[in-house]
Ligand binder design. Structure first.
Ligand SMILES: Cc1ncc(C[n+]2csc(CCOP(=O)(O)OP(=O)(O)O)c2C)c(N)n1
Ligand SMILES: [Mg+2]
Length: 336
């Protein structure tokens, strides 16, 4: 398979993201995990030395830091200082959102959503002034594209392109359908994204953002177009950790237990996660797998929990609620 080595890097990246968030006891797992393949493709396959990438959705900083460590801007060991206020001598700061001044390899600070496209347009204008052929890549979120400033930048990129003042601008939208506290559709719908960008004069493609072949094909295609190019990448928020996938509650948090469970899963993907269902009766729950009731037990009221079903049927309860007391409660109440 052509991109086998990238698959391996993507796996390692997901481990590093979860380790960083666990160590920091904070961070954004969902949107970091959804853009892994895009960043791995750019950093480990596509970008030449003077090409650059701007992460507009700055909360996905762990993914970027994993790429930058791999590129040698700082050591892998440095990743454990993600979000730490103090770092020992010899290590660089890795803030919760990328800082141009503090972290080598970061091309522009971000975190305040909506600004990255303008920044990327500026970088592309500068490249043209310098008369070089370097490429500017950027990534923004689907929720982020609600910001009004994005529309101005969409318009200006095309304007400058047509004036011959800008070229080689290729972006991705991490279209994972969720934002901070719910679905993009419910909060402020942006669909149909593709036709809106097309209307502004961009070259638009829609792909599966977790498939390296599709990313590669879309980028090669974008390079041949006579317009700035945007790739709408359909992705899954929390991709790679089954109980985080498509769950907005993992946008900006994961407990230590949840990170441990994710790492356990990375180590043994045969582990299954099974939804717990309330039985109707107070404090009574059932564990169901494909319609089969595997076990009934007493538990905290209104708990929402998943369990890891190890192959040998040793169940382990792990709550996906953010309250630690619930976690303790279900552990105590659970009867094998
Ligand atoms: C201007 C601004 N408003 C609000 C926020 C808070 N915020 C951080 S991430 C986020 C949701 C972003 O959703 P999306 O762009 O879809 O990112 P993803 O799903 O990839 O995490 C919000 C509202 C912010 N960082 N900047
Ligand atoms: Mg999103």
């Amino acid at each position: 398979m052509q991109f086998e080595n990238l698959e391996e890097i993507a796996k390692q990246t997901r481990i590093e993201i979860i380790e960083m968030i666990k160590e920091a006891a904070s961070g954004h797992p969902g949107g970091s995990l959804s853009c892994v393949e895009i960043l791995v493709y750019l950093y480990s396959h596509k970008m030449k030395e003077n090409d650059c990438f701007h992460l507009s959705k700055g909360h996905a900083a762990p993914t970027l830091y994993s790429m930058l460590a791999r590129k040698g801007y700082f050591t892998k060991e440095n990743l454990k200082y993600f979000r730490k206020l103090e770092v020992p001598e010899g290590f660089v700061k890795l803030e919760g959102h990328p800082s141009y001044e503090k972290t080598p390899g970061v091309i522009g600070s971000s975190g305040s959503l909506g600004q990255g496209l303008s920044y990327a347009v500026g970088l592309a204008l500068a490249n043209k002034l310098d008369d070089n052929d370097n490429k500017v890549f950027f990534l923004m979120g689907d929720g982020e594209s609600q910001e009004g400033m994005v529309k101005e930048a969409m318009e200006s990129a095309v304007h400058f392109y047509r004036q011959g003042r800008l070229r080689n601008l290729i972006g991705f939208i991490d279209c994972n359908k969720l934002q901070l506290d719910g679905s993009v559709k419910d909060i402020m719908g942006v669909a149909p994204l593709a036709s809106k960008w097309r209307e502004y004069g961009w070259h638009v493609q829609e792909i599966d953002g977790h498939m390296f072949e599709e990313i590669d094909c879309a980028v090669s295609n974008a390079e041949k177009q006579d317009a700035p190019a945007i790739i709408v990448a359909n992705t899954v928020k929390g991709k790679g950790v089954p109980f985080m996938e498509k769950d907005y509650r993992f946008h900006g948090a994961a407990t230590k237990e949840q990170c441990d469970l994710a790492l356990l899963y990375f180590n043994d993907p045969t582990i299954q996660f099974i939804k717990l269902e309330m039985d109707g009766k107070k404090f009574c729950c059932k564990i169901c797998d494909g319609g089969n009731i595997l076990r009934r037990f007493e538990a905290a009221e209104d708990l929402e929990a998943m369990i890891a079903n190890l192959k040998n049927k040793n169940f382990r309860l792990v709550n996906i609620d953010f309250k630690d007391d619930v976690y303790k409660k279900i552990s105590e109440n659970f009867k094998q």
